[in-house]
Ligand binder design. Structure first.
Ligand SMILES: [Fe+2]
Ligand SMILES: [Fe+2]
Length: 341
């Protein structure tokens, strides 16, 4: 049919709109919990540019310290800078699926929050390095040179999943996506809580406290959606979720613990170099948790998630790295994971 053909001249009502179409013309409100979370996201909005930046003087640190702290923020950005497009894509899906109005709003709030977190990474890095990114920055110390090589490998690895994610979003229903999101949110809430406790800089304490509060809300959104949808999961959905949890563990371990070799393609000295930077940052009052504390926290976060999935009879994957037994998952592919933060 020619696109300029006027159907309205021939019929009283238009033909049915093919689905999925991008916009629901409706505002159904069923999940009360989501209304509450949305309201708190409105109350708790913050602006990274308005934190106490005037108390922060990077020149009181040595260049090695500045490069080491900036490295940690860059490592975080590998996850936080991909979060806005990842959640924007999920937000589009809530419109295509004609999700409830409060669900759409909650995903919108997550997208906005993650954009804030990404801005925060950028503000910290830019001040620390006196340059807007760690990739094109000219390192000033030997450690800085090695860290830049680490960053290049992190960037390469982190970039690999976007095509897979775009394919995964239409394939899975939202409840399957939530399980991966929840994994990221639990991980995020854990790390920011630790960092807020361990940092001496006021501006970093403020940021970590606010980011941690946002992540707690994101967790609550996932939980509310699981409560709504998980009672109706199919066995196939459950299988996918189990696999995604294992993939999420491998992906997020890079920031929560150490990047596992079976998933992350990194040079041999990557971890020792990172540990060196962490020691420098720690001594300068930037409280990155010790290896043992990270392992302990990551394990607790996983047990937390396992408790939630157990409630819905969804098998948990084996995570021998932190001493959790479960369903053996061997075939994790980079191109089919749904990793978020
Ligand atoms: Fe975040
Ligand atoms: Fe988040």
């Amino acid at each position: 049919m020619a696109s300029n053909e006027k159907l309205a001249e021939k019929m009283e009502f238009p033909p049915d709109t093919p689905q999925p179409n991008i916009y629901p013309l409706s505002w159904v409100r069923k999940t009360q919990k989501m209304e509450e979370i949305w309201a708190s996201s409105q109350r708790e909005q913050w602006d990274p540019a308005k934190l106490s930046w005037d108390t922060f003087d990077p020149s009181r640190y040595s260049w090695e310290e500045r490069e080491s702290i900036a490295y940690w923020w860059t490592l975080l950005s590998v996850f936080d800078a991909s979060a806005p497009p990842v959640f924007a894509q999920a937000l589009i899906k809530t419109y295509e699926d004609h999700e409830e109005d409060p669900v759409r709003r909650c995903f919108f709030s997550v997208t906005r929050d993650e954009q804030n977190h990404e801005q925060m990474c950028g503000l910290a890095i830019t001040r620390l390095l006196d340059h807007p990114d760690a990739l094109t920055y000219a390192p000033k110390t030997d450690l800085g040179m090695k860290l830049q090589r680490n960053v290049r490998w992190l960037y390469y690895n982190g970039a690999r999943y976007w095509e897979g994610y775009k394919k995964a979003v239409p394939k899975y229903n939202l409840s399957v996506l939530f399980s991966s999101f929840l994994m990221g949110e639990i991980a995020a809430a854990t790390i920011f809580h630790q960092m807020a406790k361990g940092c001496e800089e006021i501006v970093f304490q403020e940021a970590f406290r606010l980011i941690g509060r946002d992540e707690g809300r994101h967790m609550a959104i996932c939980m509310a959606l699981m409560e709504r949808d998980y009672p109706d999961l199919t066995d196939q959905d459950k299988d996918t979720i189990t696999k995604q949890i294992r993939a999420g563990y491998l992906f997020l371990s890079a920031v929560l613990f150490e990047p596992p070799v079976e998933f992350w393609d990194l040079p041999e000295d990557f971890i020792p170099v990172q540990q060196q930077a962490e020691a420098v940052a720690r001594a300068a009052g930037f409280g990155i948790p010790s290896r043992e504390t990270k392992l302990e926290n990551w394990r607790n976060a996983m047990l937390n998630l396992k408790g939630i999935l157990d409630r819905y009879d969804t098998p948990f994957p084996a995570i021998p790295e932190v001493g959790i037994s479960g369903k053996e998952i061997l075939d994790v592919e980079m191109d089919e994971i749904i990793p978020v933060f």
